[in-house]
Design a protein around this ligand. Structure first.
Ligand code: NAP
Length: 306
């Protein structure tokens, strides 16, 4: 539901790629802030943001962009979080809320919190919505409706700050869930990070096949492979940071996955049709559960959720 008054006077974005520009567009569309300040690293990205009229003021200097902001949204790859926190910390206004959209929440807490002043409220967030495209031109205001946004505030954070960030995401059409950073990272390791790793591996394996077979892989890609190529086209820097940030949870789940893959490999070797059929029947039931939860709805534009 759109609030009758803007939720914030001044919102500052650090990073204005797919997710930042989508949120900036949604804030503009639903008039959730009086002023949107935009900061990004490269002059050409800032020019694109200006040309798209995503904000009201623009700066390459994050510390300048966040002056007087009551909400700062960090939308860079996670590898930049610590440097961003250090750069903005001295200029943050007392009582400001800092949030982010990074895909690994323990990293958000570990890399941001130690560098922020005590009178600032950190409310980490992760919208589970996205596409394989990057940059300000690829965002759109209706990216979030129907998707979850997970918030992972620490126990001691001001509940009014959490409520404001929650209200922002609800106003953008997202559904909001609150959990601990570690729990978020374990859940996302299986629902998002492992599937991406599998897609990167399959597409890379196909790319290394003999030239003749490669041509046929592209020609007949409709049979399942195409979805993997879309996921494997995701931003390399972002995904490098996801795997390095969520190392523990990803390695745990990868161990479990390897055991299950070995079991299915053995079933094929041993002509154990019963085990194969039992496994596929279980996975079919999971898909039905996802449909019951209405989580199968395709994104407004073709894309992935991370
Ligand atoms: P994106 O489209 O590639 O945009 C990244 C933005 O961060 C750009 O403005 C870029 O600036 C800036 N940036 C990149 N490296 C930087 C650095 N080292 N220092 C400062 N700024 C830097 O990225 P995105 O897909 O929006 O992802 C942003 C965040 O959202 C990531 O943390 C990711 O984990 C999270 N996320 C992504 C998705 C998804 O599907 N893509 C979904 C949910 C959450 P310049 O262009 O000026 O260099």
């Amino acid at each position: 539901m759109t609030p009758t008054q803007p939720l914030f006077n001044r919102v500052a974005f650090i990073g204005i790629g797919l997710i930042g520009s989508s949120l900036a567009r949604a804030i503009r569309k639903y008039h959730l802030a009086d002023h949107i300040a935009i900061s990004t690293r490269r002059a050409e990205t800032l020019d694109t943001a200006k040309a798209l009229n995503l904000g009201d003021s623009y700066s390459q200097d994050p510390a300048e962009a966040i002056v007087d902001a009551d909400l700062v949204v960090i939308c860079t790859p996670m590898g930049a979080f610590e440097a961003v926190a250090k750069a903005i910390s001295p200029a943050l206004k007392t009582g400001a809320i800092v949030t982010d959209v990074g895909s690994v929440k323990s990293t958000a807490v570990n890399d941001l919190l130690p560098h922020l002043p005590k009178d600032v409220h950190l409310v980490p967030g992760h919208p589970i919505a996205g596409t394989e495209h990057s940059g300000p031109e690829s965002g759109y205001a209706d990216l979030f409706p129907g998707h979850w946004c997970i918030l992972t505030p620490t126990d001691d954070v001001d509940s009014a700050a959490v409520d404001k960030v929650k209200a922002l995401w609800l106003a953008c059409g997202a559904k909001v869930e609150i959990m601990t950073p570690d729990h978020h990272d374990r859940v996302l390791a299986i629902t998002s990070h492992l599937p991406h790793l599998i897609a990167f591996t399959i597409v890379d394996t196909a790319a290394q096949l003999a030239e003749e077979t490669q041509k046929e892989v592209i020609q007949f890609s409709a049979s399942g492979f195409r979805d993997f190529t879309r996921i494997a086209a995701s931003d390399p820097v972002m995904w490098r940071d996801v795997f390095l940030s969520n190392k523990g949870a990803v390695l745990d789940i990868l161990g479990r996955f390897r055991e299950d893959l070995d079991q299915l490999t053995t079933a094929i070797e041993d002509d154990d049709g019963e085990l194969l059929e039992e496994t596929f029947a279980r996975t079919r039931a999971i898909r039905r559960g996802i449909i019951d939860e209405k989580q199968h709805i395709p994104d407004a534009k073709p894309g992935k959720k991370t």
